[in-house]
Design a binder for this molecule. Structure first.
Ligand code: PLP
Length: 337
């Protein structure tokens, strides 16, 4: 199988499993797990925040952030296509009485400053209190321009909003630009990092922020059922991932660029090359052929995220040879189409 549906499909390597098997653990709800503490400190340092909180998923991490930043009746500004708004079940509204204010997302992942400005409500009892700006980096595989991030966060600061970064794939953005993740996270009060995407761990995210923020976040994590016991066995995979799987993200980016270049040479598919920046390639097959192409690939052991536009995601379990095989099969499909 060559599984390009997502970078969440990665299998823990033998060495990662070994690190998990030998991890020193304790009851983390009691604060006794040294491996969880080590992971939280390690990742907090990498993203330049004072403290971290290990949670089971990126969804819980974002939800805990919403609940910590906002009160019932508050709202957050967020992209219409942001994961936090669109793919997390409306948790902020369901569990926190927090309303989203979704805004259009530009091709580069930004929310126009004018839209932000006009969406921030006046302090008046007719309106929800606008409390938080949420951005995402990377977004659909694209690196959010850091100049934009600074401007948007300055705007939020001027209006007294807090700022949260859904940095599920922040290390992809950092490696791509050859900058520290801490520099990308610096304008934000909180940042959420996924260990279970391109970093290759089986489970887990870490929410980072100030000591005080993380102290409050811990209470919400407990309420959501995210307080875990000997979770060092999972955190060990995260530490292994941070130590071994960050720099190698360049390989995934190079494989995605290679895949995009090769596929772009096939007349029946179109690819927006400007959008191929990290580990994702969006392929739009000639109308009417997407489903048949997806079936053709699946019959040959190649899985892609289906739709009118296919998403192909590179990761540590996909080699350059695998990518070459995918290109061969797409070409073969259209040769007989
Ligand atoms: C995957 C993802 C999440 C959520 O992570 P889960 O662990 O799947 O809950 C949040 N934001 C973005 C941008 C993601 O890609």
């Amino acid at each position: 199988m060559i599984d390009l549906r997502s970078d969440t499909v990665t299998q823990p390597s033998a060495a990662m499993r070994q690190a998990m098997a030998t991890a020193e653990v304790g009851d983390d709800v009691w604060g006794d797990d040294p491996t969880v503490a080590q992971l939280e400190a390690l990742i907090a340092a990498k993203v330049g925040k004072a403290a971290g909180l290990f949670v089971p998923s990126g969804t819980q991490s974002n939800l805990v952030a919403l609940l910590t930043h906002c009160q019932r009746g508050d709202e957050y500004l967020v992209g219409q296509e942001a994961h936090l708004y669109r793919y997390e079940g409306g948790g902020g509204a369901a569990f926190g009485g927090i309303q989203p204010q979704p805004l259009p997302v530009a091709a580069d992942g930004s929310l126009a400053l004018d839209h932000l400005r006009s969406a921030i409500k006046p302090l008046d009892f007719h309106f929800a209190r606008t409390r938080l700006l949420c951005l995402e980096n990377t977004m659909h595989g694209r690196v959010l321009p850091q100049g934009y991030v600074q401007d948007a966060c300055a705007l939020a600061d001027a209006q007294g909003l807090a700022k949260h970064l859904d940095g599920a794939r922040l290390f992809n953005a950092a490696v791509k630009q050859n900058v520290a993740a801490a520099a990308l996270a610096a304008p934000f009060d909180s940042v959420s990092i996924c260990l279970s995407k391109g970093l290759g761990a089986p489970v887990g995210s870490v929410l980072c922020g100030s000591m005080d923020f993380i102290q409050q976040a811990k209470r919400w994590r407990k309420m959501l059922g995210g307080g875990m016991r000997q979770s060092g066995i999972l955190a060990a995979a995260g530490i292994y991932a941070l130590e071994h799987n960050v720099e190698r993200l360049v390989e995934d980016h190079a494989n995605a660029a290679f895949l995009a270049r090769e596929l772009a040479a096939i007349a029946q598919v179109s690819i927006d090359m400007a959008s191929v920046q990290t580990n994702m390639v969006f392929v739009t097959p000639t109308p009417g052929s997407a489903d048949a192409l997806t079936r053709h690939l699946k019959a040959r052991g190649i899985l892609v995220d289906p739709g009118a536009t296919l998403r192909l995601v590179t990761h540590l379990d996909v080699s350059r040879e695998d990518i070459a095989a995918v290109v061969r099969e797409v070409r073969a499909f259209y040769d007989n189409y």
